[in-house]
Write a protein that binds this ligand. Structure first.
Ligand SMILES: [Ca+2]
Ligand SMILES: [Ca+2]
Length: 110
């Protein structure tokens, strides 16, 4: 499999695996499921610092754009893409600098 294929299928597979909702139900991550994803599928310290599973309430609030108390696939994609942007900023040296409002750089809310 090519690399992007892998990224895409992995994202979908992870989401479905952790969302763990029966057939006929719309897969979503509740707080506990979200916590598990973050704890088990994110290992790099930079990203862990960006999204802290210990403060799951805050993370959920940040990700749950439609305020239904759970993270659907769209919200999950946004989370991954935010983390990717954050990593990109660090890697290219643009933004992501510590100092002012620690998380602001990578989170473009709309
Ligand atoms: Ca679920
Ligand atoms: Ca939601």
């Amino acid at each position: 499999m090519a690399r992007l294929d892998q990224v895409i299928t992995t994202m979908v597979d992870i989401f479905l695996e952790y969302a763990n909702d029966g057939e006929g139900k719309k897969p979503k991550l509740n707080k506990e499921e979200l916590k598990k994803v973050l704890e088990q599928e994110i290992q790099s310290p930079e990203l862990k610092e960006k999204i802290n599973a210990d403060d799951i309430e805050e993370v959920m609030e940040m990700l749950d754009k439609n305020h239904d108390g759970e993270v659907n696939f769209k919200e999950f994609c946004r989370c991954v893409s935010d983390l990717a942007k954050c990593y990109y900023s660090k890697k290219t040296g643009k933004g992501g600098k510590k100092g002012k409002g620690k998380n602001q750089e990578c989170e473009q809310e709309d």
